[in-house]
Design a protein around this ligand. Sequence first.
Ligand SMILES: [Zn+2]
Length: 246
Amino acid sequence: MLSPTELVLSDISVPLSFRSSPKARRLALRFDAQAMGLVLVLPSSASRAQGVAFALGQEAWIRRQLSRAQEVRQAFPPLRYQPGDTLLFLGEPLILELDWMNPLRSRKRLRPCRIEGGCLKVRIPQGSGLAEIRKRIHAFYKDKASQIIHERLEELGTFYGSTYRRVSFRDQKTRWGSCSAQGNLNFNWRLAMAPIEIVDYVVAHELCHLRHMNHSKAFWAWVEKAIPDHKEARAWLRKNEAMLRR
Ligand SMILES: [Zn+2]
């Protein structure tokens, strides 16, 4: 990994980072909407200067990506983690409430987050900052995602007669789930924000990869056995991705 820089266009400059890839055959430019920046993949045959020249030639594409990302950001501004913020849980809105507690008096082992009357109540020691609030909320989602997805895996796994190995939960930027050749499954814990039909689709999708390690017709026919409306689920994920990834 080389150090990041900026790509200077006529009136704006865009953060640009380089990724050397011996496997890549040509230069490739990607847009990272979360970082609002560019990633340039450099094959070993290309110099950094060649890469920059290539990126400069993609100005129209870069501007399109930037304006699209800005629109999405306006529609779904990043969460502030302030009381009154609306969070989603299984497709339903929850209003964030902070329950400040005296760190000296707090009893140990109190659950830091709970759902009550349409609110997500987060217990937090007085004086905690934004990072601590976010950490507790993310831990809550990860915990719920694990619980929900394990349940769905059990049911859909039985339906498909599939056996998997390890299940892990992460916050991948571009994926909702993945399945390794060793049979390990990985899910994005942000799925706990989506309606259960969407969780079911992603779980079924990864289970079907245990049988078909591709997106062939046979793969989709297998997905369809449990999720007849998988096309709608995919469309929902595409449409609501920015909202879930805030
Ligand atoms: Zn897939």
